[in-house]
Unconditional design. Structure first.
Length: 137
């Protein structure tokens, strides 16, 4: 079936069943993926992916950073556009040092940060010098 419409459909269906294809990946497979800096140093793990319900765009990848065994861990919303997947590392790469990440907008587990707040979202995007995804701002 290779090279036919049926073969293409079959390959796409297999991708859906495994949660991943050549270009697409399901959100549950993104969660738990490592995040590295340009030097290959592991910075944290993608804990969640936040989607804009209206546009369908990925707004943030929420990365856990710091702490030990979950104690003192901070969560950093990263603009999706700042993440680049590296096949060799098997994770996402951000162009940030550990020190730059320490100064980035973040929140602790259980805090009442509102990722829906456009002011907070814009502050996050401004910190990373990324174009803000919400056209309303």
């Amino acid at each position: 079936m290779s090279g036919t419409v049926a073969g293409t459909f079959e390959a796409a269906r297999e991708g859906v069943e495994t949660g991943e294809s050549r270009r697409l990946i399901s959100a549950d497979k993104v969660e738990g993926t490592a995040v590295f800096n340009r030097e290959g140093e592991r910075l944290g793990t993608v804990e969640d992916v936040m989607l804009d319900k209206i546009s369908g765009r990925v707004a943030f990848a929420v990365m856990s950073f710091g702490g030990f065994l979950g104690i003192g861990e901070q969560y950093h919303p990263l603009p999706w556009s700042t993440l680049n997947y590296d096949v060799q590392l098997g994770g996402y790469v951000v162009d940030m040092t550990r020190e730059q990440l320490s100064g980035a907008p973040s929140y602790a587990a259980g805090s009442d940060v509102d990722l829906n707040d456009d002011t907070y979202g814009k502050r996050v995007y401004d910190y990373y010098k990324a174009p803000y995804w919400n056209a309303g701002i």
